[in-house]
Ligand binder design. Structure first.
Ligand SMILES: Nc1ncnc2c1ncn2[C@@H]1O[C@H](COP(=O)(O)OP(=O)(O)O)[C@@H](O)[C@H]1O
Ligand SMILES: [Mg+2]
Length: 227
């Protein structure tokens, strides 16, 4: 399966922005790219009045391959809370085999699938499952989005350790400057460059409103990425 799984140091760090940016960049190399959000917590009405989720719509807007919402977002949970709680409230059990089969179906309809995780890497998805189990099940190389804010170095190093503990491949990481007030941003990036063996794929400036095409122009993807 050709694709990447975009994970974050936390929720709200720019996974959706980076996933959309990756879709734009990969769309320059491939005819059909599609975004997938396996588990979305927080449903709202889209422009047509149908229930959807902001991240799902963001990924769809950056996709060039059309695919059914049931594949692009197999689990749409109502409440914008931890997915294991939202699923419990909705009476839904997140099933890994179903999620993987949706990803495989999308793969057959596109050249590359960019999958966005929920929350941080170990976000609980059910009674025992969490985001790391999803990463293992999908068997895709990972891209870690580091939202630059105080505490992000610890979060980034813990996430790298957890990725390695699962035997997963980190294809690269992206620094996203989500907090313009954060001091020593460059020194933080330099520490991560020294401590993370995988390449830094981009340094996304703070920009309001954020724009996935502008973010895409800041990504440096190695040839053949994400294979
Ligand atoms: N580089 C950036 N500059 C300004 N705002 C950003 C940037 N990256 C993300 N944001 C904002 O931060 C919030 C979280 O970003 P998002 O991509 O939704 O994160 P995640 O998918 O990890 O939850 C959003 O409101 C988004 O618009
Ligand atoms: Mg998101």
């Amino acid at each position: 399966m050709s694709g990447v799984f975009v994970v974050g140091t936390d929720t709200g760090v720019g996974k959706s922005l980076v996933a959309a940016a990756l879709l734009h960049r990969l769309g320059e190399r491939h005819a059909r790219v599609v975004g997938m959000k396996p588990v979305a917590a927080g449903a709202s009405r889209d422009d047509a009045g149908a229930w959807s989720n902001e991240d799902v719509l963001t990924l769809q807007a950056a996709s060039t391959a059309d695919a059914p919402a049931a594949l692009r977002n197999p689990y749409l949970l109502n409440a914008a809370v931890s997915p294991h709680i939202a699923a419990l409230r909705d009476g839904v059990v997140i099933d890994m085999a179903h999620t993987v089969s949706c990803a495989a179906a999308l793969q057959s309809q596109a050249d590359v699938v960019v999958v966005e995780g929920a929350g941080g890497f170990r976000v609980p998805l059910g009674h025992t499952l969490d985001g790391a189990d999803l990463a293992v099940a999908l068997r895709l190389p990972l891209v870690l989005v580091v939202g630059l804010k105080l505490g992000c170095l610890n979060h980034a190093l813990l996430t790298i350790e957890s990725i390695a503990a699962r035997g997963l491949r980190l294809a690269g990481w992206v620094a996203n400057r989500i907090d313009p007030q954060m001091p020593e941003q460059q020194a933080n990036i330099e520490l991560l460059e020294r401590r993370i063996a995988a390449p830094c794929l981009g340094d996304i400036p703070h920009r309001l409103p954020p724009d996935a095409r502008v973010a895409a122009s800041r990504l440096h993807l190695p040839p053949g990425f994400p294979a």
